[in-house]
Design a binder for this molecule. Structure first.
Ligand code: ZN
Length: 82
């Protein structure tokens, strides 16, 4: 129920490059890693993570898989031997 109502609102915020949680401008969010040449992840001060697409010029919420990709970049050995 709540999600149905929140989704359009969150999309509207993201389109304006604002964090869906605290409405800070994502342009000022901390860049925490790259997913590819054209996509990188930022982390807002409220700990929400977003992926910026340079080609499209848009932000979107980071998926679980994308977060894992960034988290494991720092310590590559930990996934290689899982
Ligand atoms: Zn935030």
């Amino acid at each position: 129920m709540c999600k149905k109502l929140l989704k359009p609102l969150q999309n509207a915020l993201i389109e304006k490059h604002l964090c869906v949680g605290c409405t800070r401008n994502l342009a000022t969010a901390k860049r925490i890693g790259s997913l590819s040449d054209n996509r990188y992840m930022v982390e807002c001060k409220c700990k929400r993570r977003f992926v910026y697409d340079k080609e499209l010029g848009t932000f979107q919420r980071a998926t679980f898989a994308e977060e894992q990709q960034i988290l494991t970049q720092d310590k590559p050995n930990s996934i290689l031997f899982k």
